[in-house]
Design a protein around this ligand. Structure first.
Ligand code: GLA
Length: 421
């Protein structure tokens, strides 16, 4: 099977040279963490409620070059963000105070916080250089990719061997405890568990996961380097980080409130108020007592779980038409039931649905900003891209003009899991 096309040797060399310049180390001693961005075709907004999600990584993301320091000092520079971050790994880290303005130091410090919280004693810092694609990160889970990059670098520098399941939990601590975002474990699970060319699925309640088999026909085409589909990303031009948007945490609270009401009504009030603890029949029996907005959130949860199940079957039989229809239905449920997103993202979603060769489309990530994703027939990607660019420029000329013309739409391929080279 062919491997992910990212990162190229030139990209790796550029990062290695930066770190060698910063540290005086031999370029051959520089290690690089490759931490890809992710998409979630089905299973949106249900990870924080213990639902089942699907995901895959793409062939772009974060590179973090580093060498271990001789002592506890961490020194970091970024290809996109200004300034130098400096701290020591023997400084005890505490969660950020809200509403402190987040800066880029919060991810390496958050990674140290997570490792310290789990009792890992670090003695060596790192000198590192991190880079990613700033205008393309939003909606693709760049924050989890960054958090994982720092975790893997600090662990490698300190000779700690920590498996993907434990790193999923460590990244959860960065986001939920250090940064106070109430998100689920979809992003980091996708980044740590994905395998090139497969669809990863995870039950976020039990944390059981697997990679979903592709149909024999598609496996065969893939091994010959022919893709039947590509991933099209269409960027809105809106870039606000998720943790600055209170909408995400509000929706999580609403889901919990719905779960609490349904559990009480069905005599299960002692269970944790998560929608995964509510039996689908209890939802049907008691949904009329929910406030209208909470009934919609719960409807999104139960219908999305169902779409994931059906989607895994469609994927396994290589039926991209059905898989795509489910993606678009998931997108619609995010708009109508989960009521996230915004006008600009909805415009993009609707344009994608009309584009040639699109099997299905939805918001990528939480949908409050960033990009929409579509699965597209590999032979029609150029036509689809041209259509989306032209139509988005018509409806959102100002936002579209904020992005370079050749960056409004990207055609990507599946990627691999995060690793250290
Ligand atoms: C963001 C969150 C994830 C998940 C998605 C929506 O990416 O970080 O935990 O909830 O939104 O599916």
């Amino acid at each position: 099977m062919v491997a992910s096309s990212w990162p190229s040797l030139d990209e790796l060399d550029a990062v290695r040279n930066k770190v060698a310049d910063m540290s005086g180390a031999d370029v051959r001693d520089v290690r690089v963490v490759v931490s890809p961005y992710r998409i979630c075709p089905l299973g949106a907004h249900i990870d924080h409620q213990g639902g089942t999600v699907t995901a895959m990584t793409i062939n772009m993301g974060i590179l973090l070059g580093f060498v271990p320091s001789l002592d506890a000092q961490v020194i970091l520079r970024s290809g996109q963000l200004h300034g130098e971050v400096k701290f020591r790994v023997d400084e005890v880290q505490h969660p950020k105070k809200i509403p402190e303005e987040p800066d880029w130091a919060c991810y390496p410090r958050g990674a140290l916080y997570a490792l310290q919280s789990k009792g890992h004693h670090l003695t060596k810092g790192i000198t590192g250089f991190i880079c990613g694609s700033e205008e393309h990160s939003s909606g693709l889970s760049s924050s989890a990719a960054v958090g994982i990059a720092y975790l893997l670098a600090l662990e490698t520098a300190n000779c700690k061997i920590i498996g993907p399941e434990d790193n999923i939990e460590l990244d959860r601590l960065i986001e939920n405890e250090y940064l106070h975002l109430k998100n689920g474990i979809l992003d980091q699970s996708a980044i740590l568990l994905s395998k090139y060319g497969y669809l990863t699925w995870m039950d976020c309640k039990t944390r059981k996961y697997d990679i979903a088999n592709f149909s024999e026909l598609q496996k065969c085409q893939q091994s010959e380097g022919q893709e039947t589909y590509k991933i099209l990303l269409a960027f809105s031009g809106l870039k606000e980080p998720l943790m600055r948007n209170s909408g995400y945490n509000t929706r999580v609270s609403e889901c919990r409130e719905a779960a609490e009401t349904l559990l009480d009504a069905s005599g299960n009030g002692s269970l944790e108020p998560l929608l995964c603890n509510v039996d689908p029949d209890s939802f049907e029996a008691h949904k009329s007592i929910l406030k209208p907005n909470l009934a919609k959130r719960a409807l999104h949860y139960f219908s999305e779980n169902k779409r994931v199940k059906e989607g895994l079957k469609a994927w396994a039989s290589g039926n991209l038409d059905d898989f795509g229809k489910l993606i678009s239905a998931s997108g619609l449920s995010s708009i109508e039931n989960y009521e996230c997103g915004c006008k600009e993202m909805i415009d993009l979603y609707e344009i994608l649905l009309k584009a040639p060769g699109v099997f299905g489309a939805r918001f990528s990530g939480a949908g409050f900003r960033g990009c929409c994703l579509a699965l597209v027939d590999a032979d029609l990607t150029d036509k689809a891209a041209a259509f989306v660019k032209q139509e988005y420029q018509k409806v959102q000329p100002e936002l579209a003009s904020k992005l370079p013309q050749d960056r409004l739409v990207l055609i990507c391929e599946p990627g691999d899991s995060a690793h250290v080279i």
